[in-house]
Design a protein around this ligand. Structure first.
Ligand SMILES: [Zn+2]
Length: 434
């Protein structure tokens, strides 16, 4: 749409959208206005590992050896250094066009698991960081109980993450109380993974959520590694997503982070639940996780298996979002680019969802990811409805990369060939931040 006037409320929501309307009182945007991206999965402290984990001491260096390096690094962080690092990171995210970050937060305690006097010290550090950067935050305190599917106790590197369910629920309540200090804060629950949380603990958390915060987001890491899938089959008798969707009432408030190794049956179960898949393309590529079956996901039909006609397929492209996870990249464009290109290479085709459209692939991917991200972070799954958040990115039509292109071409160029230089402004809750 062109010639559009956008009006925001004092609460930072879209109040009115007028098409074919010029209002002299409004500033003219420097280029196409697009919704800001939601970063559906971040571990802020892992930004400190960037550049330090690329020399390999093992011929088989993989996710698990990277994780060991991450545990060593964690020991250095205090609430104050955590806040500083997260603030710098969140400022970078805003600069590159993220307007919300879902922080999957599991660094709760001091070295060796020593408790701080305030259980939410590390959570408060993240809220302070988001406030300083102006980014919308969906804070997801993480429950971490066991070191593996065999329910063995946490190892030394994991002691800073661990809580009993009672401690965890008390932490969750303390974090909900922080909402009064920051209007752009929402809070959800996050059992770390099926390897770190058992069925009984998960049930207790879900009962608490149902009783006290029934609409809150619920995120979990799932099926990131093949060995995790194999261990789940060996101990639970089913694959992770299969077991999860058979055991619990999975809803549209859930977000399955990664879901890299899923089969057709599991994809159908995800679609039927209405939950969002949180893809983290740069981290999944960096860690050698594997390739999400995007084409199967796009073609599956909720509840029935696979769509057999073009219209069904158009309707059933799944809900997904993108996340920066380890923060090896903090650019939405780079996430879309890696997602798009890894799929093109692995499918040996350019049209990775098989949908014929006059809109560019990167534009479609971007807008889908915004909708999925908004749903997974507790916001309305919509782009321009009255009452939706005024979280926007304004492209710079005058920069050399974008000049002479149509609005759709500009967004495709920005996502696949540009970076922050093609962004003129980032607006969160109606406030300009760049
Ligand atoms: Zn993660």
């Amino acid at each position: 749409m062109e010639n559009v006037s956008l009006y925001f409320s004092d609460q930072g929501e879209i109040m009115e959208v007028r098409v074919d309307h010029e209002d002299d009182r409004l500033p003219v945007a420097a280029g196409p206005v697009i919704p800001g991206m939601v970063n559906v999965h971040s571990h802020a402290f892992q930004r400190g590992l960037v550049g330090k984990t690329q020399a390999f001491a093992l011929a088989e260096d993989d996710f698990w050896s990277w994780r060991q390096a991450m545990y060593t690094f964690v020991d250095e962080l205090t609430p104050d250094s955590y806040r500083k690092q997260a603030e710098a990171l969140y400022r970078e995210m805003v600069f590159h066009g993220y307007t919300t970050v879902c922080e999957f937060h599991y660094l709760h305690h001091g070295p060796g698991g020593a408790r701080f006097s305030d259980i939410s010290s590390m959570s408060s550090a993240l809220v302070d960081a988001a406030k300083a950067a102006g980014i919308r935050l969906c804070l997801l305190p993480v429950l971490y109980v066991y070191s593996g599917f065999d329910r063995s106790p946490l190892n030394h590197g994991q002691l800073r993450f661990g809580n009993s369910v009672d401690e965890y629920l008390s932490l969750v309540e303390s974090v909900f109380a922080l909402k009064k200090d920051y209007p752009l804060l929402d809070v959800g629950y996050a059992p770390h993974s099926l390897r770190a949380v058992g069925e009984s603990e998960m049930k207790e958390v879900l009962v608490h959520r149902q009783k006290y915060h029934p609409d809150s987001p619920f995120h979990i890491h799932i099926s990131e590694q093949i060995s995790e899938v194999e261990e789940c089959v060996a101990t639970c008798g089913a694959r992770p997503v299969e077991w999860l969707t058979d055991t619990f009432s999975v809803t549209s408030a859930w977000c399955m982070i990664h879901a890299t190794h899923v089969n057709k049956k599991e994809i159908s179960a995800i679609k039927k639940s209405g939950s969002v898949v949180g893809l983290c393309p740069t981290t999944e590529a960096d860690l050698g996780d594997g390739v999400f079956p995007f084409r199967l996901f796009a073609e599956s039909h909720p509840g029935k298996g696979f769509a057999d006609d073009e219209n069904d397929r158009k309707r059933s492209v799944g809900s997904f979002a993108i996340g920066s996870d380890s923060n090896v990249s903090v650019s939405p464009g780079e996430e879309i680019r890696v997602l798009e290109y890894v799929q093109r290479v692995s499918q040996r085709t350019r049209n990775i969802d098989g949908i014929v459209s006059t809109t560019g692939a990167a534009t479609r991917r971007y807008l889908s990811a915004v909708c999925g991200g908004r749903q997974a972070s507790g916001l309305e799954n919509a782009l321009w409805n009255v009452g939706t958040v005024a979280d926007l990115v304004i492209l710079d039509a005058s920069c050399p990369l974008l000049s002479g292109l149509s609005p759709d071409e500009m967004l495709n160029a920005h996502l696949l060939s540009g970076n922050s230089e093609s962004i003129a402004d980032v607006i969160i809750a109606g406030r300009s931040l760049r």
